[in-house]
Design a protein around this ligand. Structure first.
Ligand code: ADP
Ligand code: MG
Length: 284
């Protein structure tokens, strides 16, 4: 579990994060969402100590990163796996060398043991046998998987992923999301994912934090998001008319107004949004 307590961060005189508090749960995919420039990356960088917060605390299972001695920070860093935006693989190294890199940095294992571990994680991301390939020979999805393999090679307790789906098609994105979700469950990792991908929100949004204007505007799960009444969040999530219609239909279904296809068709024709609005007005 990672606790974020009243975190503030500014660059020059520009406040980027203002009084952010949240909890990232263990064994869950915790999502940080928001439009581009809303501070997702800055928040993640504050959480892993790449940026110092101006005020507030970041607490990893009871240990406060903010006032931690350098030695303890180093130890904590080893428990953190990171999947960087765009995978950030070393182009001149093979897949095996890329994944082995953290083991070379942080362990005194012999070569054989390192290779065994590399092969274990390669198998986990379903890339067995690609050891000698270079990143340039891999598809976008495969590169992400190598990035994931490298992020988990040291058995991290915490996994940070910044826009893991950037540059991927929707289907491959889903595969990567599911893989991150499975790994989170399998190893009981506290996973933090920055995203603006709505498919991810719906598929793996167990605990969602929505940033807007430097503040935490909303938090909840993918189930709560459908029924949320936050105007900013709805504009962000249901950006297209199609999605807004889908949301309205889903709410009508939940209220028992839509009970068969014919009804659905009728409501569609008459405008689900209007009906929903009237219904809400009555109840308030
Ligand atoms: N190192 C930095 N120095 C100054 N401003 C920064 C720095 N990093 C990010 N910012 C600013 O912080 C804001 C939030 O950026 P970022 O966290 O990257 O947004 P997101 O990841 O949500 O797209 C932006 O206005 C950006 O220009
Ligand atoms: Mg970002």
């Amino acid at each position: 579990m990672i606790e974020i307590k009243n975190v503030y961060k500014s660059f020059d005189d520009k406040e980027i994060l203002s009084d952010i508090s949240a909890v990232m749960e263990t064994g869950m995919t915790n999502l940080i969402i928001g439009t581009s420039g809303s501070g997702k990356t800055v928040l993640q960088k504050c959480m892993v100590g790449l940026f110092e917060v101006d005020k507030g605390d970041i607490i990893f299972d009871g240990k406060n990163l903010t006032n931690m001695a350098q030695e303890d920070r180093k130890e904590l860093r080893q428990q953190i796996g990171m999947l960087f935006q765009g995978s950030a693989l070393f182009d001149s190294m093979t897949v095996e060398q890329n994944i082995k890199f953290p083991l070379d940095m942080f362990t005194k294992w012999n070569h054989q043991k390192k290779i065994e571990r590399v092969n274990d994680v390669l198998e986990r991301v379903e890339l067995t046998g690609t050891n000698k390939k270079h990143p340039a020979e891999l598809s976008g999805g495969m590169k992400k998987r190598v990035g994931i393999a490298r992020a988990i090679v040291l058995h991290p307790k915490y996994l940070f992923c910044d826009e893991p789906n950037s540059g991927l098609d929707p289907q491959t994105s889903m595969v990567i999301d599911k893989l991150i979700h499975e790994i989170t469950k399998e190893y009981n990792i506290t996973t933090v994912i920055n995203t603006h991908d709505m498919n991810s929100v719906m598929e793996i949004g167990e605990n969602i934090l929505y940033l807007y204007g430097g503040k935490k505007e909303w938090e909840g799960s993918s189930k709560d998001i459908i029924f949320n009444k936050n105007q900013q969040l709805n504009q962000f999530i249901f950006a297209s008319e199609f999605l807004r219609d889908a949301k309205d239909m889903r709410m009508l279904e939940e209220k028992g107004i839509v009970d068969n296809d014919r009804n659905m068709e009728k409501i569609m024709r008459e405008g689900g949004a209007n009906l929903l609005m009237n219904d809400d007005d009555k109840s308030e």
